[in-house]
Design a protein around this ligand. Structure first.
Ligand SMILES: [Fe+2]
Ligand SMILES: [Fe+2]
Length: 181
């Protein structure tokens, strides 16, 4: 079951969306992104799925190329290394990972002009070239929105765990004191 953050929908049952990305969601390399941690509390696959789905919804709403948006979203972070380890070696991950993702994606899948621009420039304005398509401006926003949502969700999960732990601890302490009395 594929599900985007903040959504309860099974994306494999969202026919219009699924038809755009079915081949990518069947691909072993794309699925292997679930083996890489991304934005602290999620995986690179889940992040890519989040960006893909919200890209699709936003571009469809604005009558842009929603298919390209869905596909580029799934491929925009298609790199197969651990970011922390890589930074120790190259120290330039934010600037270069979009080019690496584009290279990988272009070797594995046919990409049209819009999809290519969306992948190469998804880090704009951190990348030097200006996006050439409106869909690319959408992915720059959606990517950042998803990153924030992912970190906040992770933080809330952690806080929730602490609240539950504190509640259990308080209950245990209460029972202990009560029994002593
Ligand atoms: Fe990225
Ligand atoms: Fe991303």
């Amino acid at each position: 079951m594929f599900r985007a953050i903040l959504s309860k929908k099974d994306l494999s049952k969202q026919d219009e969306y699924y038809a755009c990305v079915r081949d990518l969601l069947d691909d072993k390399s794309v699925l292997s992104l679930s083996g890489f941690r991304h934005h602290i509390g999620t995986t690179r696959f889940q992040h890519s799925l989040n960006v893909s789905y919200y890209n699709f919804l936003l571009c469809r709403f604005f009558r842009l190329n929603a298919r390209a948006a869905a596909r580029a979203g799934l491929l925009h972070d298609l790199f197969f290394y651990n970011r922390k380890t890589h930074e120790k070696v190259a120290n330039s991950h934010p600037a270069e990972h979009a080019n690496i993702a584009y290279y990988n994606a272009s070797q594995m899948f046919p990409l049209n002009e819009i999809e290519s621009d969306m992948i190469i420039n998804h880090m704009w304005p951190m990348t030097p070239t200006l996006p050439r398509h409106r869909e690319t401006f959408v992915i720059t926003i959606v990517d950042k929105f998803c990153a924030v949502a992912e970190v906040l969700t992770y933080a809330m999960r952690k806080t929730g765990a602490k609240v539950r732990f504190a509640g259990s601890f308080a209950l245990m302490l209460f029972l202990k004191l009560t029994l002593k009395l």
